[in-house]
Write a protein that binds this ligand. Structure first.
Ligand code: GLV
Ligand code: MN
Ligand code: MN
Ligand code: MN
Length: 406
């Protein structure tokens, strides 16, 4: 990342060592744990150096204000947390670009006629507490506060306890109408996570829509037993059943046009080399072009998985953990942004399969997204990338949009 060190993306270079994960590769930056706290301090210091006033809302989202907070503010930002072993750009590129766009506007002597905030959302990836876009869901009331307080991390720490340790009042977690009322409009710049811009040969796009998506927990139950003393024919092994379930998930996704279904995380209980497991938790991420298609897909997966696990004498229970319906970004805003950026031939509108805080906010306030080309086409992986020139094109586009809105 040395070529970033002195240019407009110096912010990315400054955080390049924060939260590196030597075991997995890439970065592991999870809500209110060491690296996330360091990134919050870094953001605060950087925003204050720019002359912005930083505050934390009741849900742990960070706001950096140019001018007095709201109402009808133009708000832009993204997130600083990551998936386990994630890339350097998913989230931070939007935050660094927002700060850089503001820095440019300030340096040019521009005076905004409405407030502007750079917003950093908490726990966008859901890597610590399991629910993606937790900060934006809490802010908008997209998750029940009581349910959120009771979420637990891998060490059994509840969100309420973690929030308390982070200096928040857990009783105040949840919908924040005052903060929401300040947002006139939200723009999130993000590295593209697929191959859309590679195929089009363009550096930047506006987002048109986000696939419906959700997370489900599949709990497969069998019979815990001794690995040496239990004959192969006498077993009810839930890990074997879960293996069949994972294949069934793939088969159903292949049967549903445009669908994507993934099991990327398993928890084997109790998890000993010489122990036949007693249960296995498998997390399903399912996405499809419409709400109905996604519901159909998950219903088909539930049936197929229910059948698959019986081969090993096991049973499965399925629980929905989160759901986001299809997001269609405001056509007027998308059209206006493309016009500001030079027209449709230069700035395509692209759908995406990845979830974002902008998608959650879109249900409450006009929202839009800018994507920056990722030449590897790979994301949620250390291979995620963006060329400096494309990042600069993203910042140029964001600064133009902000100028046109302020
Ligand atoms: C978040 O990045 C998601 O789409 O899973
Ligand atoms: Mn992500
Ligand atoms: Mn992201
Ligand atoms: Mn995301």
């Amino acid at each position: 990342m040395s070529e970033l060190a002195h240019g407009t993306l110096a912010g990315l270079a400054e955080i390049a060592d924060t939260g590196r994960d030597a075991r997995r590769g890439g970065y592991s930056r999870h809500l209110w744990q060491g690296p996330d706290l360091e990134l919050r301090a870094w953001f605060t210091e950087r925003a204050e150096r720019l002359g912005l006033g930083v505050e934390t809302d009741r849900n742990g989202n960070l706001w950096a204000w140019w001018g007095e907070p709201g109402p009808d503010a133009v708000v832009t930002g993204s997130h600083l947390d990551s998936v386990p072993g994630g890339g350097a750009y998913d989230g931070p590129l939007g935050v660094v670009s927002a700060l850089e766009a503001v820095a440019r506007l300030r340096a040019s002597g521009f005076t905004p006629s409405r407030p502007l905030a750079v917003l950093v959302f908490a726990e966008e990836e859901g890597s610590r507490f399991g629910i993606a876009c937790l900060g934006s869901r809490l802010l908008t009331g997209g998750i029940d506060a009581g349910r959120a307080r009771a979420l637990v991390d891998a060490d059994g720490v509840t969100l309420a306890e973690a929030a308390h340790r982070a200096g928040l009042d857990p009783a105040h977690l949840g919908v924040d109408r005052e903060a929401l009322a300040r947002i006139g409009l939200f723009i999130e710049l993000h590295v593209e996570q697929g191959r859309g811009l590679i195929d089009l040969g363009r550096p930047v796009a506006v987002a048109s829509s986000i696939l419906a998506h959700g997370r489900w927990r599949l709990t497969v139950t069998g019979q815990g037993n001794h690995a040496g003393a239990t004959l192969m024919g006498d077993r009810r092994d839930p890990l074997l059943a879960a293996a069949r379930a994972v294949v069934a998930v793939q088969d159903e996704a292949l049967n549903h046009p445009g669908a994507r279904a993934t099991v990327g995380r398993l928890e084997v209980v109790p998890g000993g080399t010489n122990v036949i497991a007693s249960s296995v938790h498998a997390w399903l991420d399912a996405r499809a072009p419409t709400d109905a298609a996604t519901r159909d897909l998950v219903t088909a997966i539930e049936a197929a998985v229910g059948e698959a696990v019986t081969v090993n004498g096991c049973s499965v229970a399925v629980t929905e953990e989160s759901w986001t319906g299809t997001v269609t970004f405001d056509a007027v805003l998308v059209g206006r942004f493309r016009a500001v950026l030079g027209g449709g031939a230069l700035v395509p509108a692209l759908p995406t399969g990845a979830g974002h805080d902008a998608g959650v906010l879109a249900a409450s306030v006009p929202s839009a997204m800018l994507f920056v080309r990722n030449p590897t086409g790979v994301s949620h992986s250390p291979e995620e990338f963006a060329e400096v020139d494309d990042c600069v094109a993203g910042i140029d586009a964001l600064a133009s949009l902000l100028r046109s809105l302020l």
